[in-house]
Write a protein that binds this ligand. Sequence first.
Ligand code: HPA
Length: 277
Amino acid sequence: MGIEEYVKRVESASDFLKAKIPARPEIAIVLGSGLGGLAEVLEGTLTVPYSEIPGFPISTAPGHKGELVFGELNGKHVILMSGRFHYYEGYSMREVVFPIRVFQLLGVEMLVLTNAAGGLNPDFEVGKPMVITDHINFMGDNPLIGPNVDAWGPRFPDMSEPYDVALYELAVEVAHDLGLPLYKGVYVAVSGPSFETAAEYRMFRLLGADAVGMSTVPEVIAAKHGGMKVLGFSVITDRCVPEEGLKPLTAEEVLEAAERGGRTLSELISEIVRRMS
Ligand code: HPA
């Protein structure tokens, strides 16, 4: 697909949604694996399945809902995105960030991303959240490759502060006030779908990463390109510390830990949203 056709698809999805929603959403929140809990505290909701949105990619992953939920969270108009598109499913980088471009055209100013990730930092305990302060793109691809859409952002976007410092400091303050655990760290993104070898975990730790996962970085790059502020969280779902011996890792184990940590994260995010100015 050429870039013109892609832009048209994003515009038609955004026009369709604009006609349906009562107010411009300020914040979009992408819910990672096992992190669906926030949807229950949203008020006055309108649910739109991806399949009804013209041009929107079709989700294939089992267990992923594939819908946008519009509503109010602690006085702010938000979009919850339930079911993201992963690069390892075979989507192109452009498809992966399609929803982010739609959010941009809807006038969203702030993007909150969540994911499940392996803990490379030996101090990190399973089931607890980390706020992302920076990332390493190790996916071997970038959603901005190809012709630049100048109306959406610059050819060479700055990445000196991909995660908004004021927002992640607010997250740390909220966690402290609520007595909830919250680590701070660097997220490294890989393509997956295979989990890493012991040698790879050792390498990523040496490179300065605290958590490893298979998502989020493409969305952050597109959102920054589009001028949004970004806040990102990982729930630590498994220990990636080869020195203590690795047990075989399963997707079920990851999901179970993500669901546990997701409750803490939902509490944190809804209070952060309340305090956002
Ligand atoms: N590696 C990559 N992605 C992950 C992991 C991991 O160990 N755990 C959860 N997502």
